[in-house]
Write a protein that binds this ligand. Structure first.
Ligand SMILES: Cc1ncc(COP(=O)(O)O)c(C=O)c1O
Length: 379
């Protein structure tokens, strides 16, 4: 089966967040994490079928869906979950905020590793919790957890740890051993672990993704795992995500904290999710090959530009670019003036960096890279 990831599809007049903000300017948007590819055909067909029906009442999850998720966890990770552990949600960001509200008291501490996806930094204060950030440390050419620093940061008021696994923006697919060190600290110090695994199906380096909750019953008993089909199958605008929470007490607290505020999933989101997970695997595998080739181009190009560098991207379609060597005050604005919009590292707790989204057709990618530095043409 072949899929056309090279097709350049105009998104300028589709009210897309990514493209719409720059509609009237000659800027290539490579910021927010959605891709410029059409979703898998089975997803589009399922949506057509649902729209054709013409009635859009409040929705239940399709009967098959929980079983599809249960089987997916078993097949991919050997993780045996029960349908009752699944909590459907309109997004992962709402779930990060629900977690921060659900557990602990006002003023308790939420820990997270930086740089990180900005809602990890905003959710704790929005929930009257205090945020404690632990910078990732360099080991060889990659970022990893600074466990000693984590240990020193933990206090009797530390209640929750928000983990990004795989890690946006640094592109790490953590090894089981790395994840184990973090989960051990949570178990030892009675900390609830919230593991955002939204990028778990976007592993580019062939290695395994490790759901934190699979590292033992004592870990699963204190973990809220967050997943979604949205990044992988390019349906983030359809608002469908889920939590997996084994511990019924945690689940009850989580559900109580969302009550009356966070709605369920809509009928189109459910239909797309079911089709993506049930029938989207050939497309996903082809996507991974395409993204890997894009990543190789970005990696070679960026590391050849004086003043810029990046690590290998083991997972996600996001490159975390260190621009501190360029000596410019605000790299995001500097590159925007050259015609490419990337996410500002400052928002992730990583000033001097930009995040480039390479989930786009190769033609778009090459044009953007050439705008970044026209004296080193990208190929
Ligand atoms: C780590 C992470 N979590 C959550 C989200 C967004 O989740 P949602 O759109 O389901 O709220 C993103 C989007 O980029 C992300 O990278």
């Amino acid at each position: 089966m072949s899929f056309d990831f090279d097709a350049v599809i105009d998104r300028r007049n589709t009210d897309s967040l990514k493209w719409g903000l720059y509609r009237d300017r000659d800027v290539i948007p490579m910021w927010v994490a959605d891709m410029d590819f059409r979703s898998p055909e089975p997803v589009i067909e399922a949506l057509h079928g649902r729209v054709e029906h013409g009635i859009f009442g409040y929705a239940l999850p399709p009967r098959e869906l929980a079983q599809v998720v249960v089987e997916r966890m078993e097949q991919k990770y050997g993780w045996k979950i029960e349908p009752s552990w699944i909590v459907w949600l309109p997004g992962v960001v709402p779930a990060l905020n629900i977690v921060c509200r659900a557990f602990g008291d006002d003023g308790d501490e939420v820990l997270t590793f930086t740089p990180v996806y900005p809602p990890f930094l905003s959710a704790p204060p929005l929930s009257n919790k205090s945020l404690k950030t632990i910078p990732l440390r360099r080991e060889g050419n990659l970022y990893t957890f600074d466990i000693e620093r984590l240990q020193h940061s933990i206090s009797p008021r530390s209640r929750i740890l928000l983990l990004c696994n795989p890690h946006n923006p640094v592109g790490r697919r953590y090894s089981p051993e790395e994840i184990r060190r973090v989960t051990q600290m949570c178990v030892t110090n009675d900390i609830i672990l919230c593991s955002d695994e939204i990028h778990c199906d976007l592993v580019l380096d062939g290695g395994p993704h490790t759901p934190a909750a699979t590292l033992g019953p004592e870990v699963s008993a204190r973990t809220v795992t967050l997943m979604a089909p949205s990044k992988t199958f390019n349906i983030p605008g359809l608002s469908c995500a889920f939590a997996i929470i084994e511990n019924s007490e945690l689940r009850a607290k989580f559900n109580k904290a969302r009550e009356g505020i966070v709605p369920g999933v809509n009928a189109l989101g459910y239909a797309a999710c079911l089709a993506a997970y049930r029938d989207g695997e050939p497309w996903r595998l082809a996507l991974i090959s395409y993204l890997r080739a894009n990543k190789d181009i970005v990696y070679k190009f960026i590391n050849a530009v004086p003043g810029l560098s990046m690590d290998d991207v083991q997972a996600t379609y996001l490159a975390w670019i260190d621009a501190r060597g360029m000596g410019v005050q605000d790299p995001a604005r500097f590159f925007e003036a050259r015609g490419v919009t990337m996410s500002d590292g400052m928002d992730f707790g990583g000033p001097g960096h930009v995040r480039l989204n390479f989930g786009c057709p190769r033609k778009t990618l090459l044009e953007a890279l050439n705008r970044l530095n026209s004296s080193h043409p990208a190929t």
